[in-house]
Structure formats: structure tokens, C-alpha cells
Design a binder for this molecule. Structure first.
Ligand code: APR
Ligand code: PHB
Length: 389
């Protein structure tokens, strides 16, 4: 087979790239290791920056998001019974959209299928070959049968555990990682959200987050130790611990119910440099991971896709390769800022096992500064709604 761009990975970044390229008449083939249902079965965050919502609109997949998504013009931060609001619109003129990542992925699959996009599932043994030449190709197997696709470019959108990053020789790669000494225990429940905006809470017992998917589907998280087992947490124990970490008024107003999903996510920051090697380009989790605190995972994957899409468009429409030659540099510049914000917000709101009394005083002083300083709130808001591409 021959195509212009082989995309390894059928998650949100691979599908968004494939759809955007399709809109410009650029062919691609998406190779996904799992089934579509498996990919759609993964529970992920759901706060979309304006850059991503604009890209989804350009890709022609924004209708349901515009109908069912919730515009959020601010968020709340609490510590103990103190609570204050960061007004995104006042500080930046922009908002975020609360709409599940699973829904974004579902809309992208539907769009790809509507235009008969080449999506191959249950793909095994993907091997990226000759990426450092002008004629790369990819080999893979489906049901034990080997296949080969010749292409011009390869987009590695196969997440942290994919094959693309490992295709870049180790001697070329620099990897940066920070593993946080805690995780998030998350619960999804068919209950009305405790508040119409997100609440990021910190307390002597640690972090908590009150989020939502819709008016009767709520998502809550509490900080837990890394070796915690979700099965050890009854719903009652979860709700009791959540109530301990949010302001009393919200704890009283909280509607609890049976969890329909309960899982633990580790917190990690990770970046690999460079994000391209020859004609192989890494996007999203294949190149970087952020702790979920700032909801930057999907949004940073989207900015990668934005830079690669525009670079490929320029190449195929003009023959000029400036955009793709500068891809890694451009993408990493924004990735590191998202990493910094996610690290800062995580450090501010979580309790660390080895924290001293002085460290805790620093956190409270930082929260007090954020609560009282318009300049600090503006900086937080600019990062949260999404820095310009
Ligand atoms: N061959 C083919 N597909 C693969 C391979 C492989 N060797 N390895 C992994 N995949 C597929 C996975 O099954 C998955 O569907 O690649 C896809 C990668 O998708 P994601 O992990 O969702 O990564 P990405 O599309 O970059 O989206 C980033 O996902 O994890 C969240 O917080 C993260 O929100 C961010 C978003
Ligand atoms: C979520 O809704 O799952 C969510 C929202 C914001 C975050 C992380 C997760 O920062």
C-alpha cells in the first residue's frame, strides 16, 4: 500500500491529525493496536482549551461539542473553608469547554468513518522503517498476516507505551521525567455535580477535584498514595474522604451515589526531545505526559497536531518544508510551558509525604497570593485557558 502519511495510533491525536489532513485532501492511514470500543472505553479528562475547540471546528467535528459541551468562564480553588474564583473571561477574554475526551474521540471516529477514512484496528507488530530516509515505510500484522505501507511521513501518535518514540535512536533522544509521590483516585457517578464550575481543592488531607461530564454525570478525584488499590475503597469511604477535603458548604451540598467507574491514575511529568527524527514526528503522549491537575494532556496533544498539520499542509501545498523542519522546536516550546503549569498547579495543591511545616506554609502563602493578586490570577488563567499556538 502507499499513502502520504502513516499515523500510528488511533487515539485523539492520531484521529484529529487524520481528519484535518483529510479536510485538505492529504491521505493518511491510521494503524490502531486495539479495537475502537477499547479506545472509546478509556475514561479520560474533559476540559478543552480554545486552541483545541478551534481545531475541532476546523476539522468539522464541533457540532456535538457545541451542543452538549459546557462553556466554563472560571474555576474555583479552595483550601480548607477558604474558596475563591479564577475568572478566565475577565483575565483573558477566553473560556474553556467541558466536554469529555471520550466524546471528542467518538466524534472524530464518526467523522473518519463518514469520509471512509483508512482506519485499521487490531494491528500488531508495527515497525517503523527508514524514517531517516526520504522513503520511509511501516510494516505491521493483522491477524498474523504481514503488511507494508510506503509513505512520505509517519506521525507517531501511539501514546506513551507505543513504538514510535522507541524508533528514535536512544543516542538522539533526551528524556526528562518527574514522578510524583501520589496518585489520583477517580470516581464517575450519575449524580448532579456539586458545583457548576470545577473546584480544585487542597486540604491537610491532600488534593481533591470536583468535575463533571454533564448535569447528571459527575467526576471526582482525591489524592491517594501511589500504591493504593481502588478495590480497597468503598464508595462510602470515597465520599467521606472527599467531603473532608472540600469546603463545608460544598460537602453538605454534595450528592453522592454509586460509582460507575473507579480507578487510580499515577501522576508523572515526562518529555522526550527531539519530537521528530527524519520523517517521523511524535505527537501527544508518545512524546510527553503531564500530571492531570491542569487538564493539559489532550490540549497539548492538540497543539502538537496543530503544528504538524500546518507543516504537512505547507509541504504538500507549496513544497516548502520550513514548517515540518521546525516542528519539534515549535511543539516543544509550548509543551514545556504546559509541563511547567501542570507541575506548578500540582505542587501547589497536593500534600507531599516528606513535606516540612515550612513547605506547607509556602503552599498556603502561594494560595493567599493567588487569591489576592489579580496579576497572579491572570497568569493562572492564561495558562488554564491555553497559551496561544
Ligand atoms: N501500534 C498501534 N497503535 C498503538 C500502538 C502500536 N504499537 N501502541 C499504542 N497504540 C495506540 C493505543 O492503543 C491508543 O489508542 O495508540 C493510541 C494512543 O492514544 P492515547 O494514549 O490516547 O494518546 P494521544 O492520542 O496522544 O492522546 C493524548 O490521551 O492519555 C490521554 O492525557 C492524555 O489526554 C491525553 C491524550
Ligand atoms: C476531569 O474532568 O476528568 C478533569 C478535569 C480537570 C482536570 C483533570 C481532570 O484538571
Amino acid at each position: 500500500m502507499k499513502t502520504q502519511v502513516v499515523i500510528v495510533g488511533g487515539g485523539p491525536s492520531g484521529l484529529l491529525l487524520s481528519q484535518l489532513l483529510h479536510m485538505r485532501g492529504i491521505d493518511s492511514v491510521v494503524l490502531e493496536r486495539r479495537t475502537k470500543d477499547y479506545v472509546l472505553g478509556r475514561i479520560r479528562a474533559g476540559v478543552l482549551e480554545r486552541g483545541l475547540t478551534d481545531l475541532l471546528r476546523e476539522a468539522g467535528v464541533a457540532d456535538r461539542m457545541d451542543r452538549e459541551g459546557f462553556p466554563h468562564h472560571g474555576t474555583l480553588i479552595s483550601y480548607g473553608d477558604e474558596m475563591f474564583r479564577i475568572n478566565f473571561s475577565e483575565h483573558t477574554g477566553h473560556m474553556v469547554t467541558v466536554y469529555g475526551q471520550t466524546e471528542v474521540t467518538r466524534d472524530l471516529y464518526e467523522a473518519r468513518e463518514r469520509s471512509c477514512g483508512a482506519l485499521l484496528f487490531n494491528v500488531d507488530h508495527v515497525v517503523i522503517q527508514d524514517a531517516d530516509s526520504d522513503a520511509p515505510h511501516v510494516t505491521y500484522e493483522i491477524a498474523g498476516v504481514s503488511h507494508r505501507i510506503d509513505c512520505d511521513f509517519i506521525a507517531g501518535c501511539d501514546g506513551f507505551h507505543g513504538v514510535s518514540r522507541a524508533t528514535i535512536p536512544y543516542r538522539v533522544r533526551s528524556e526528562y521525567e518527574k514522578v510524583y509521590p501520589f496518585g489520583w483516585l477517580g470516581v464517575l457517578s450519575e449524580t448532579p455535580p456539586v458545583n457548576d464550575e470545577l473546584i480544585y481543592a487542597t486540604s491537610p488531607a491532600g488534593f481533591a477535584l470536583c468535575s463533571m461530564r454533564n448535569s447528571n454525570l459527575s467526576r471526582y478525584y482525591i489524592q491517594c498514595s501511589v500504591d493504593e488499590d481502588a478495590a480497597n475503597w468503598s464508595d462510602d469511604a470515597f465520599w467521606a474522604e472527599l467531603k473532608r477535603r472540600i469546603p463545608a458548604a460544598q460537602a453538605d451540598a454534595l450528592v453522592t451515589g454509586p460509582s460507575i467507574e473507579k480507578s487510580i491514575a499515577p501522576l508523572r511529568s515526562f518529555v522526550t526531545e527531539p519530537m521528530q527524527w527524519g520523517r517521523l514526528f511524535l505527537c501527544g503522549d508518545a512524546a510527553h505526559i503531564v500530571p492531570p491537575t491542569g487538564a493539559k494532556g489532550l490540549n497539548t496533544a492538540a497543539s502538537d497536531v496543530h503544528y504538524l498539520y500546518h507543516g504537512l499542509r505547507q509541504f504538500y501545498e507549496t513544497g516548502i518544508s520550513d514548517g515540518i523542519d521546525a516542528y519539534s522546536h515549535k511543539a516543544l516550546a509550548r509543551v514545556w510551558k504546559a509541563e511547567r503549569f501542570s507541575w506548578w498547579f500540582s505542587s501547589l495543591l497536593h500534600r507531599y509525604p516528606d513535606q516540612t511545616a515550612f513547605d506547607i506554609k509556602m503552599q498556603i502563602a502561594e494560595l493567599e497570593f493567588l487569591r489576592s493578586s489579580p496579576a497572579a490570577q491572570k497568569a493562572m488563567a492564561e495558562n488554564y485557558v491555553g497559551l496561544p499556538y
